[in-house]
Design a protein around this ligand. Sequence first.
Ligand code: NAD
Length: 480
Amino acid sequence: MENIFNYINGVLQAPVSNQFLENINPATGEVYSLCADSDERDVAQAYEAAEAAFPIWSEMPTNDRSKILLKIAHLIAEKNDELALAESIDQGKPLWLAKHGEIPRAQSNIHFFATAIEHFASEAHAMGNHAINYTLRTPIGIVGCISPWNLPLYLFTWKIAPALAAGNCVVAKPSEITPMTAYLFSKICIEAGLPKGVLNIVHGLGPKVGSAIVAHEKITAISFTGGTKTGAEIARIAAPMFKKLSLELGGKNPNIIFADCDFEKTVKESVRASFTNQGEICLCGSRIYIERSIYEQYKTAFVAQVASLKIGDPLQDDTKVGAIVSKLHFDKVLSYIALAKEEGGAILTGGKSFNPGGNCSNGFFIEPTVIEGLGHLCRTNQEEIFGPVVTLQPFDTEEEVLAMANSTQYGLACTVFTENLSKAHRVAGKIKSGIVWVNCWLLRDLRTPFGGVKQSGVGREGGWEALRFFTETKNVCVKI
Ligand code: NAD
């Protein structure tokens, strides 16, 4: 059985405790590898390695830093199939999704920031002939990056790429539920010749490793993606130390469908927005609001497409819905389906666990589930489920749907379907979320700001926003 080691000071090593956690394949329910169960001692070692590497990395010419990162990106592309298989086994997602979506995106993340840093320029503000101001943006130092289990390598690289490109050294923690591709990534960094200590990956539990990174007094910026509750805990610890924080948190995204939408395209895209990666994407639409005049027509078409999605072995090419990431999460999602029924919801399709048989008999599978008949304020429609479960609700007016869509504590993403341009802009302007997609979903340009409002987060990732987060800004005013 493979051991997943920490990557500290350029080498792969066991945790100080020499303890390991069982890592489970969610499609089979079997333990298939062991993950380092690290603690604050490993974080301290990682910090020291990062501190020693910082002068070399931060002062390296940008072009040389960029070349090393491009080599890492190149190696990800070369090992795409190996990484995709590892991601599928570790997380439960369909292999084709990892192969054609997530691992290529991890490669793009590194490539994007490796090249972006070469174009990252400072502003100058001239005060007539009296003075000139220029803005310096220098690396912060040692930063912490903590990522979740749903898109493991994709979100891990989304954080560390801008941090490293900007010249910081990093202490990173992937999710203990899906540590495998971060481990394979550490081998790639070694192969690419990343100087030792520049990136350190410490595996283990959130309350042990993650909290040690957050509490470390010399790690002065934290970029975190995960649940809102964890984000609040991180903010509580970091705030008195005045750490720079970027928090990408939970969502409960509305999907608004107007009667004047392009019907066939809308049904297809909203199925994708609901159930890609088993609904385990923070951006998935989970509350579908449909204008009443097309409610029945939409419901029939949507439910028929959802019922035809093939659930099962993530490694098979025709699987559309794979395994839920863990037994704990599987139980949580099923408990929300039970809650929806208690709250008076009617299950239109799905609603149960699923046994694909064979190798996957003990895996954690849930049928894609569609529920109707619930009010917008009930718990099912207010709390994040983060699984293959969506609700349908009719609406009559734009004002009504905006009020329902904006009624949760979250504000991450929203999808709007309409062929009326003015309506699309009007609704996009009034939705309280950080991201709005019109007639599409998860169409991403890495230059755009990414993040949420309300309890979906603080700060923005992507493009210059990420490079600004990972640099310290200083204005210099020179009198002429
Ligand atoms: P989580 O908050 O449980 O864990 C996220 C990471 O934080 C893991 O690495 C975990 O080990 C670590 N962690 C846990 N407790 C910690 C603590 N006290 N201190 C420091 N680190 C700690 O989240 P999860 O279950 O892994 O991920 C699912 C959540 O992530 C969902 O709420 C989802 O919406 C959210 N998410 C948000 C985005 C976004 O971009 N906004 C993207 C993906 C996932």
